[in-house]
Design a protein around this ligand. Sequence first.
Ligand code: HEM
Ligand code: HEM
Length: 178
Amino acid sequence: MLKDSPQRYGSVTRALHWLIALLVIAQLTSVFSSFLWEHNVYSQLILPWHTTIGVSVLVVMALRTLWALSQLQQRPVHEGTLQRLAVWGHVLMYALLILMPLSGALMTWGSGYGIHVFGNAWFEGADAPWAAGFGKFHGTFAWLLSFMIMGHIVMAMYHHFGRRDDTLRRMLGRETPD
Ligand code: HEM
Ligand code: HEM
């Protein structure tokens, strides 16, 4: 099923979730591992694509937000205080997943560098100190997002192996008993 239902996430939501997860984990691990081991092969392979992957995250996140809003009434139900906290956690992750590439793009553009996506110049660089100033936040957003993702994965594992409920299964697309 393409659309979400109260029992499970549909294929569009799942595809968007796992695509963004893959791209964002590649971004974060390629940068952070280069801090630990400069010039490692993995980072050298991925870092030249940092802008292209980041801008793709921004575009896909815009579509994902519209899609999530269109599915709000029919998504798996989150009842109780802890579950509602989880929903706010997801909202915060959406915000960071947009602010992260947006701050990177503004910093790059405002510092006079063009924004090249898949080898095409999408924007020429400009001298805009207000935009360059967003660079101050790019690293902070990255750390915040990394902590949220780690907590998120721990909670997904806790649901699956600790509480043995269907939280992970409904994001993996496995059939769950109604
Ligand atoms: C999902 C999106 C993105 C993630 C997760 C991400 C992650 C990161 C991280 C972790 C750093 C290192 C920060 C630090 O020094 O502490 C970084 C640096 C950087 N990013 Fe991104 N980034 C993203 C998108 C973008 C985009 C779209 C652009 C440009 C269009 C961009 C341009 C840069 C630049 C130029 C730096 C080097 C900044 C500096 O050395 O001060 N990033 N990014
Ligand atoms: C191994 C990695 C991951 C696992 C096992 C996982 C698992 C899950 C599960 C089970 C849900 C559904 C939670 C619920 O219904 O309450 C979910 C939702 C969500 N996950 Fe992940 N996740 C992973 C990685 C990520 C990453 C890297 C991000 C961010 C880049 C992320 C962002 C989200 C968001 C925003 C939601 C809210 C639902 C939506 O709109 O898609 N996840 N995840």
